[in-house]
Design a protein around this ligand. Structure first.
Ligand code: PEP
Ligand code: MN
Length: 353
């Protein structure tokens, strides 16, 4: 496992510039990060997959020399992104200790297979970023391709998902998808990339804290000695000193504690939750029973399933109660949509069977 190789306990911190730009910038940043004593692995992008042509696309092989120099200087292991077999060959040639597969590569099984084949017989740790699109199977498939060639030191990086919708995030986290990956492969370390989720410095702390509270194993964060001058991802990078401060504020709480009083309190509260869950599902089941009867009445009268006016009334009514119920409007809307979809599917099976 990764933890064994880098010998780090939770949290594992990977930090460094988005891109290695110059020898001086790479070494200055890595040195300052090492001095904080918080960083286990240094990162820097050498080949940068850019959305549009004409942007800085990475220093290439030359940059690997700078990264190798930073490793020698700090004594810390180094990590970089690989997107094809040539990248793998060069990264290994220059002593890169940990590789990662970027979000734009994880989406493509041909590329992932090419990387896996290039790594067959070389047991280097590989971290797999989630694909750009919110698809757990594709993410899991990439990990499986690497495992199949015999790689045993694998990890997951959750960097959020592309979305057309406007959001406070650059890439919406959709935490439940990362937690689903954790459920599918509980033994694989899960690392959060708050930099690419946030897209700006302001959100880095809250995203990092959320990851800590969801039992992630560590963070991969971008840091640059002169963030505003960075050639890629300037808005989300922090100086090593600011990163040090930010990481110092993140509270990596215990998974649990063996205190009798705590266990007693939590047990009592969980009993209440379990009882409410039973009531919730019994109620939902009764509600769906009524929806099914409505389906029968609609079928007899040849009336269509979806009644937009009625649905709007229901949604408006409960959104208006959000404050009084102490529930967020977003949560109310997710729950109502789920109920509505199930209701429609019940009526559909009755009316069109
Ligand atoms: C990066 O880590 O610099 C990067 C390009 O990330 P992603 O693949 O998550 O976009
Ligand atoms: Mn970046």
């Amino acid at each position: 496992m990764l933890n064994k190789i880098i010998n780090a306990s939770r949290p594992m911190i990977i930090a460094g510039p988005c891109s290695a730009e110059t020898e001086e910038q790479t070494i200055e940043t890595c040195r300052a990060l090492a001095v904080t004593g918080r960083v286990n692995i240094l990162r820097a992008g050498i080949w940068k997959p850019r959305t549009k042509p004409g942007c800085f696309e990475g220093a290439g092989e030359e940059g690997l020399k700078w990264l190798a120099a930073a490793k020698k200087d700090t004594g810390l292991p180094i990590a970089t992104e690989v997107a094809n077999a040539k990248h793998v060959e060069l990264a290994l040639k220059y002593g890169v200790d940990v590789l990662w597969i970027g979000a734009r590569t994880t989406v493509n099984p041909f590329s992932v297979q090419e990387i896996a084949d290039a790594l067959s017989g070389v047991n280097v740790p590989v971290l797999v970023k989630n694909p750009l699109n919110p698809e757990v199977a594709l993410w899991a498939g990439a990990v499986e391709r690497l495992a199949k060639v015999g790689l045993t030191s694998l990890g997951l990086i959750h960097r959020g998902f592309s979305s057309f919708a406007t959001s406070i995030y650059r890439n919406t986290p959709m935490w439940h998808l990362a937690l689903e990956m954790r459920r599918l492969m509980p033994e694989v370390p899960l690392i959060c990339d708050p930099s690419h989720i946030s897209g700006n410095r302001e959100l880095l702390f809250s995203v990092s804290q959320e990851a800590a509270d969801l039992n992630y194993d560590g963070l991969i964060i971008e840091s640059h000695c002169r963030p505003d001058k960075a050639w890629s991802d300037a808005a989300q990078q922090l100086t090593p000193a600011d990163l040090d401060k930010m990481l110092g504020r993140v509270n990596w709480r215990h998974e649990t504690v063996e205190k009798a009083e705590f266990l007693k309190q939590i047990d009592a509260l969980r009993n209440q939750i379990d009882q409410y869950d039973v009531e919730l599902f019994e109620l939902l089941s009764r509600r769906m029973g009524v929806a099914a009867k409505i389906g029968e009445v609609k079928r007899e009268n040849n009336v269509m399933i979806f009644q937009s006016k009625r649905w709007e009334t229901i949604v408006e009514r409960f959104l208006g109660e959000a404050e009084h119920l102490s529930l967020s409007r977003e949560f109310i809307s997710i729950i109502l949509n789920a109920i509505h979809m199930e209701s429609i599917s019940r009526q559909n099976s009755i009316m069109n069977r």
